[in-house]
Design a protein around this ligand. Structure first.
Ligand code: UDP
Ligand code: GLC
Length: 381
């Protein structure tokens, strides 16, 4: 089957990393069309996935855009849409991986008469999107998509609550190459030495720097923990959240935590870094649609703490395969960090349970089979 994937981003967010795993099995029968150039294109090339940057101009529409702004950007999009329609004729299916890709993909599907699949990586609620953008996403999906793949039950429920058709949506979790998360002890020791982590209790945070990802909650919690507890924060401000980055640095200085917090920027050695941690903390203050980082920590055999909201509730069972906290509560997070520091045996058992079940549940081969089956129903319909 020839699949034409569309994604608006040139940067490797979770939705884009997920797309790499989905597109890979299609090899040269796939094309990923991007609406922006950037490091995501390089990652696709490294994975031998055909990729083309289709837009030369940045698309202006944002999560909080109004209808007028939306219409203006549609005019701007005309050359891109024309290009996508032309390419779509050579493929069996259009697979939109982001919201702007849905807008372009819907029009291309209509004009090229190719079926459209929308992979929904978001919780379509007012907490995350403007009313206009919610409206556009749900209506386009209802009208043009043969299938919506939701990354969690939480994303599916929000879609249906926003008026989305329940008969076109299926939940498929992100898949992972589980072997990638088995790391070499000597690499980890080297990394610990380089980063000066020996003898510390290391809490790792692995999200892009953005207010809703809640890095500030971890920093507040750290101030309430014993001095051997240290935090390393991986990730960049992928979408220009520079004010938040400044705020985080100010917070660290005000709390006198300069020696206990390290910002390491965007990294591509996530399994090794996770293995160098004693605990992985996920601290989103708005419901997380899925949360790749949580599954990755489990696959690395590391204990994970995450907020009880959104898709996280489908991944973590408190005390069985991880720890749940109230979103935005640094006190609770500090308590959990201290429990992990003190109750090492129970914590290790929980992390082992998590590793065993995550390896089974999120194996990319099985997840890709589920997707292939769903896609074959559409193209044979
Ligand atoms: N990630 C990465 N390098 C970093 C920080 C994060 O490769 O420095 C990866 C992380 O391993 C995860 C993804 O980025 O696979 C983030 O996905 P998630 O679903 O957790 O959140 P999103 O950013 O998509 O909302
Ligand atoms: C989005 C969501 C994240 C999810 C990822 C992959 O980026 O914010 O929660 O894990 O997509 O589906």
């Amino acid at each position: 089957m020839r699949v034409f994937f569309l994604d608006q981003s040139g940067k490797p967010g979770g939705a884009e990393l997920c797309l790499i795993d989905i597109a890979k099995p299609y090899g040269n029968s796939a094309l990923v069309g991007l609406f922006a150039d950037g490091p995501f294109k390089d990652l696709l090339q490294q994975n031998h996935i055909p990729v083309e940057v289709l837009a030369t101009q940045a698309i202006q529409v944002r999560k909080e855009s109004s209808l007028v702004q939306g219409l203006k950007s549609l005019v701007q999009l005309a050359p891109l849409i024309t290009k996508v329609i032309k390419i779509a004729h050579e493929y069996d299916l259009i697979y939109a991986n982001t919201q702007k890709a849905l807008v372009v993909g819907a029009l291309a599907s209509f004009f090229s008469r190719r079926p459209l699949v929308y992979h929904l990586h978001d919780i379509l609620s007012k907490e995350h999107f403007s009313q206009t953008n919610l409206h556009i996403a749900v209506n386009l999906a209802n009208r043009f998509a043969s299938l919506v793949i939701a990354n969690s039950q939480a994303s599916k429920i929000a879609f249906v609550q926003a008026g989305g058709r329940p008969d076109i949506i299926e939940v498929v979790y992100n898949g992972f190459e589980t072997k990638k998360y088995q790391t070499d002890e000597s690499d980890i020791n080297k990394l610990q030495q380089q980063l000066g982590l020996q003898g510390k209790f290391v809490v790792g945070h692995f999200s892009r720097l953005a207010p809703w990802k809640g890095q500030h909650i971890l920093i507040d919690a750290l101030a309430k923990c014993p001095p051997e507890v240290t935090a390393i924060l991986m990730g960049d401000a992928l979408f220009g959240e520079q004010d938040y980055v400044q705020q985080l640095h100010r917070q660290v200085a005000e709390l006198g935590l300069e020696n206990r917090v390290k910002f390491l920027g965007f990294r591509s050695d996530i399994p090794q870094l996770m293995a160098a941690c004693d605990l992985v903390a996920h601290t989103s203050i708005s419901p997380e649609p899925f949360g790749r980082v949580i599954v990755e920590a489990m696959l690395c055999g590391k204990p994970v703490v995450a907020p009880k909201a959104g898709g996280v509730m489908e991944l973590v069972e408190h005390g069985l395969n991880g720890f749940l906290m109230t979103p935005g509560e640094p006190h609770e997070l500090a308590q959990i960090i201290i429990t992990c520091l003190q109750e090492t045996e129970i914590t290790a058992t929980i992390a082992n349970n998590a590793q065993t079940s995550a390896t089974r549940r999120f194996d990319v081969a099985i997840i890709n089979q589920q997707i292939a089956q769903l896609l074959s129903h559409i193209t044979s319909a």
